[in-house]
Design a protein around this ligand. Structure first.
Ligand code: SPV
Ligand code: MG
Length: 427
């Protein structure tokens, strides 16, 4: 049998007892990473979840299962029987079930399915677990945990409750497993664009916090906030306090000053980099202001964007880590990822631990696997939902104008049924 649960209820005990009547029960406890890929973040880590099962008298042995797929454990332990509830005959777990049936058939093993207990109290438990994950204290610390567990995490832009829901709920099947985003990025570019304003720190913090609130009300995933330059140090300390209190996990601030322009403009517009000394002081002040150990401040280095050279980028990275930065973001607007890889190689030669963040808007051909291999820990898809939504909406608007009615537009619109179902009745 395999379990991913962190709450044991009578339904679990009942199916384990039924399994024990068939033979010695081996429980595969799913690893944290495997659970994060297909479900929600586990409330209890693997070690504690293993103990839950080790203390059940009808359990013979507890092992780990490092994927949604049972295949590796079936090949390793050759069970005569796999026991499961009958709830996986359809949906995301069906391919997993098919694989189990095939793997067992290879040596004459069999699958036994017991009716799945759909007691409303169990659903209530799951709902409570989700609600707990959304609380500020639980949410804040989960970014660091996710980086520790997975090594490299993928983060998607959200700028409203609706886009937050898309990041929260989008899941795809892959190789007997599943994939979903680990966290959300509240981008200054997309937050400003959604309001029809330029990305120049014009949308004030109160409004940015409102966006975070909208997202937080309907989601559970950790949030990384784009803090632009962080503003004046005297203001930044308040921003840190507020973000931390809200349950945001990390703020990224960039080492620029004066009128900030979006980095993707590079040197096409005047932009000024802050001095190492000033920016280090801002980081120090921010670190002093925070109240928990969970909250992270990431220093974003604009040297490559502003063509100041690799040495400048590296000097800054080491100085900002020294000042207390919990992570480093290195940015580039080149299509070719060479300068990013070069930076990470040189940075990692001296610093093996500090998480490195990238935003591959321009160097978008690099896969997450390659980023991981090169020692990068956070990959942020910073603007794709905005860029996908905008042309679709423009198209709908002009289609209606051209046809003097909405019928021709229907084919490119989500149906009413779907849009209504997108929003859960309760959370
Ligand atoms: C943003 O998403 O607002 C960013 C990343 O800061 S970039 O637009 O590439 O500067
Ligand atoms: Mg920004």
């Amino acid at each position: 049998m395999c379990f991913s649960t962190d709450v044991l209820h009578s339904g679990h005990i009942s199916i384990i007892r039924k399994a024990a009547r068939l033979g010695k029960v081996i429980i595969g406890v799913m690893t944290d990473e495997a659970i994060m890929c297909y479900k929600r973040f586990p409330l209890l880590p693997l070690s504690e979840r293993k103990v839950l099962f080790e203390n059940i008298s009808s359990v013979y042995k507890v092992v780990e299962q490092d994927s949604l797929s049972y295949k590796a454990n079936i090949l390793k332990y050759h069970p005569d029987i796999v026991v499961h509830g009958d709830d996986w005959q359809e949906g995301i777990q069906k391919p997993i079930r098919d694989e189990v049936v095939d793997a067992l058939a290879a040596y004459g093993g069999r699958l036994v399915e017991f009716p799945y207990s759909s007691d409303s109290r169990y659903k209530e438990l799951d709902k409570r677990s989700r609600a707990e994950l959304a609380t500020p204290d639980m949410r804040r610390g989960r970014l660091r945990k996710a980086i520790d567990i997975k090594g490299t995490i993928s983060v998607m832009e959200a700028h409203s409750g609706l886009t937050g829901l898309i990041v929260e709920n989008t899941i795809v099947e892959e190789d007997g497993g599943a994939r979903q985003f680990d966290a959300m990025w509240v981008s200054s570019l997309c937050d400003s664009t959604a309001k029809g304003k330029p990305d120049i720190e014009l949308v004030d913090m109160t409004s940015r916090f409102r966006t975070i609130d909208d997202i937080m009300e309907v989601t559970t995933k950790p949030i990384i906030f784009d803090g632009d330059t962080g503003g004046l140090t005297e203001h930044f300390v308040y921003t840190v306090r507020t973000l931390e209190r809200m349950g945001v996990s990390m703020v990224i601030i960039e080492d620029k000053k004066g009128l900030k322009k979006n980095s993707l403009f590079g040197n096409e517009v005047p932009q000024t980099q802050d001095s190492i000394e000033n920016f280090s002081n801002k980081i120090r002040a921010g670190k002093r202001a925070q109240k928990t150990n969970d909250f992270m401040i990431c220093a974003r280095i604009e040297s490559l964007i502003l063509e100041k050279g690799m040495d400048d980028a590296l000097n800054r990275a080491f100085a900002f880590v020294e000042a207390g930065a919990d992570a480093i973001m290195i940015h580039s607007r080149k299509k070719d990822p060479t300068e990013i890889f070069d930076f990470v190689e040189k940075f990692r030669a001296k610093d093996k631990d500090t998480p490195v963040v990238v935003v591959p808007t321009s160097f978008n051909s690099v896969t997450e696997e390659e980023f991981k291999q090169r020692g990068i820990n956070v990959v942020i898809y910073a603007n794709q939902l905005t860029r996908a939504g905008f042309p679709a909406m423009q198209n709908a608007a002009s289609t209606i104008l051209k046809n003097h009615r909405a019928m021709e537009c229907d084919d490119i619109c989500m149906s009413f049924k779907e849009i209504i179902r997108l929003i859960p009745d309760d959370i």
